[in-house]
Each structure stands twice: as C-alpha cells, then as structure tokens.
Design a protein around this ligand. Structure first.
Ligand code: SF4
Length: 419
C-alpha cells in the first residue's frame, strides 16, 4: 500500500511533530533539527484524551508506549485547525521487538482517524523506511550527539541536586537556564565541537555544584530503570520522578547514552555471538569511540564537583555478565540488568523497575533477574511496577511507598547525605 511520503520539498512547509519523552533532551533535539532546516514541534499534550485516543485507534493488546505515542499524535491532530502541513516523527529501534511495528500501527490508526494524508517519518538506525525526506547526515548527527550529551548531563545533575535544594525551584531554574542557553548554541551551530562541549560541561558542573543544598540527612536514593518510554516519559509513568521527589527521595534515571550504547554494542554482539553483520560491527565500534570521547568529558566534569559520577558504560555493560547474556537483546535486554547493577553499585540500592504491562522482554530482563541481583547485592530493594491504561496510579504509588518505607528503615537518622 502507498503511504504519503515526507519529501525534501516539505521541509520548508511542513511541521514535524515529535512525541514527548525526555523533557530536557527533547527541547535540545528540537533545536538540533531546527538548526538543520526543519520546522519542529515537540508535543506537550497530555491528559485523559491522549489515552482515550490511543484506546480508540489502537488495539488494547498493543504495547502501552505505542498506545500513548499514537494517542498523543491523534489528540494533537484533533486539536489543530490545519493538519495538511503536518508530518509525524516516530523513532524505531529496528530490533526484534514489537517496537519495529509501531510505524505500521500509527499509519493504520491515522487512516481510521481520517488523517490518511499525514506523512509519517521514521528515525532509526536500521535503515527502515529508506525513502524518507529526513536527511541523516553528519551535520545532524553531530548536533543530535551534542544535544544528547548535554541532555544526559543536565538530567543527571538535576536529579542529583533537586531533592536537596534549600531554595525551592533553584535546580529547575538553573536547568531551564542551561536548556535555553544550549538550545541557542545548537540552533546557531555552536557548542558542537569537543572543545566547546568540554567548556560548556565544566561551566554547567560548576553551576550545579554552587547550588545551595541541605545535605544534613540522608534520604532514600532511588534508581529508575525499565522500558525506555515508560522509564523516561512522565506521560507513561504517571510522573514517577516527581512523585519520588515529593516523597522526599532522590530519583535517578540513567541517561540516554546507555540505550544508544546498548543498540551499538548489540551490533558487535550480533557478530560475535551470532556471526552476522561484520560491517555493522565496525560502524558501531566507530560510533562508540565517538560517543566515548563525550562521555569521558561528562564524567571528568562531574568529578570536579561534590556529585558522584555515573560509571563509564564500558564498565556498566560488564555488570550484566553472570546474570544475563549479552545475546539477550529484545526490548531493553541486558541493558536493564546492567543498569540495575550499576545503580546499586553507585548508591541507588532502591530501584523502581518500570515497564508496560504485558511487555514480555522487559519482564524477563527486569523482573526475571531480580532474584539473582538480590543474591549478589542482598541490600537491593527493587520493586517492579507495571503501567497500562487500566493500572491505577494509586496502586502504583502505594507499592512505591512500600519500597520507600523499607528504604527509610535502613537509614541512620544521623547519617549525612552522600551525593
Ligand atoms: S519492549 Fe515491550 S513495550 Fe516495547 S515494543 Fe517490546 S514488547 Fe512492546
């Protein structure tokens, strides 16, 4: 069947809508695309009508992230006067999981909702949808890589600081200030070279280090892992990070670098374990080296502050060894296990493993390995929470409160916070 295509000519006339996921990153990605000549808008519509549209136009057996992304797109189209100059952008991992079919589900939903003329463009690293007008060239990759570096860095430091701030709102204000500053830089093709990234990262680190924090008492430090959309999107996890902060806990969500590294290392493991894709292996190694230089700068910048940095991913990836094979790569696969192990080792022994209900891969790589992780780290306090349209927020939050109660019991009231 022929679908409407996003052509090169449409770059000037059409606005690309992007579903929301990570607030800081999305604002920076928006500017990376804008700086490359695209008209872009990250969706902000949330609320019951998103889920209702998802349920109306997608089968309720479909993965919850797909239901939300499609529901958010259709809800956004329903609230626009002119939908003829719109393009929808969807990301695909290209793996063996159902995520590779989201684009077909979206096109089917668009036909049912009367928007069959709206083009859909896929952003992926697996050469799916080859005839798209979205040009993935070096200039755009450089901008997206810089945006991802800044996004991960700001998210990490914001999460580290926000639960301890003395003046309410200081951390978010500082984050907003830097998002605005970096957006302008990216939009103007600045802040992209390694030298410029280094300069920005060290300045940002100093600003967060200067925030006034109350570190007199330790509070529960909670890591969030899980399926990528549910882990990051507050629309998908019912505002999980904010909820944890409201419960006087520190919430830490591993960065997007981990997921990108995971996709790249899978190309290497595909060759090493299954004997396929020799060229892809070399391309992946090249990109990994490119990212490692930026990751190194992030860690070195954090080391100049009072905050504990994340681990280098080449160390993190090894942490799943002995628990889950690197050949397990459906859904978040071995990454989910490795991230839980990393979080426990850097002080986040309390973990929320967030996944869509019925997501078999992540139930295996998340829930399925908890027993083994607890054998290795007996203090690990992990709770698995499922998200879907019928799961109640109250139930989810009560289970998280129970996990937090266990975490609080283990804290010495006189122990100071360690960041
Ligand atoms: S990881 Fe889970 S939620 Fe995501 S596409 Fe696969 S089965 Fe669906």
């Amino acid at each position: 069947m022929e679908y409407p295509k996003f052509t090169k000519d449409m770059r000037k006339t059409h606005t690309i809508l992007i579903p929301s996921m990570l607030d800081i990153h999305m604002a920076l990605f928006e500017n990376a695309l804008r700086g490359s000549g695209y008209k872009v808008e990250v969706l902000k519509n949330v609320g019951p009508s998103v889920v209702e549209n998802g349920l109306k136009y997608v089968h309720n057996d479909t993965c919850y992230p797909a239901l939300l992304v499609i529901g958010q797109f259709i809800d956004a189209l329903n609230n626009r006067n002119d939908t003829h100059n719109i393009v929808l952008l969807i990301t695909q991992t290209g793996g063996g999981c159902r995520a590779s079919n989201y684009i077909h589900l979206l096109r089917k939903a668009l036909i049912k909702a009367g928007y069959d003329y709206v083009p859909v463009v896929s952003l992926n690293a697996s050469n799916l949808e080859k005839d798209s007008g979205l040009a993935i060239n070096y200039s755009l990759i450089k901008k997206v890589a810089a945006a991802m570096t800044y996004g991960d860095f700001l998210m990490y430091l914001r999460n580290k600081a926000r639960s301890y701030e003395i003046n309410k709102g200081d951390t978010q204000n500082l984050t907003n200030k830097w998002v605005e500053n970096l957006s302008k830089q990216i939009d103007n093709n600045k802040g992209l070279s390694l030298k410029a990234i280094k300069k920005n990262l060290f300045k940002i680190a100093k600003d967060y280090d200067d925030l006034k924090l109350d570190l007199t008492h330790k509070i529960p430090q909670v890591g969030v892992v899980g399926e990528i959309y549910i882990k990051y999107a507050s629309l998908g996890n019912n505002g999980l990070e904010d909820f944890l902060v409201s419960q006087k806990a520190e919430a830490m969500v591993p960065g997007l670098y981990g997921f990108i590294y995971y996709c790249l290392y899978n190309q290497i493991y595909d060759y090493e374990i299954y004997g396929s894709g020799k060229i892809k292996k070399y391309v992946a190694k090249f990109i990994i080296k490119y990212l490692e230089r930026r990751e190194d700068l992030m860690i070195k910048a954090i080391r100049t502050t009072k905050f504990t940095p994340m681990k280098y991913f080449k160390e993190t990836k090894e942490l799943s060894s002995g628990v889950l094979s690197h050949g397990t790569k459906m859904g978040e696969g071995w990454l989910l296990t490795a991230e839980m192990m990393e979080l426990v080792e850097i002080g986040y022994g309390n973990i929320v493993c967030a996944q869509p209900f019925g997501c078999l891969p992540n139930h295996i790589c998340g829930k399925g390995v908890m027993k083994k992780i607890k054998e290795i780290h007996p203090d690990a306090n992990i709770v698995a929470i499922d998200y879907d349209p019928s799961a109640t927020r109250v139930n989810q939050e009560n289970r998280i409160k129970l996990m937090l109660a266990i975490a609080k019991e283990k804290i010495d009231p006189n122990e100071p916070a360690k960041l």
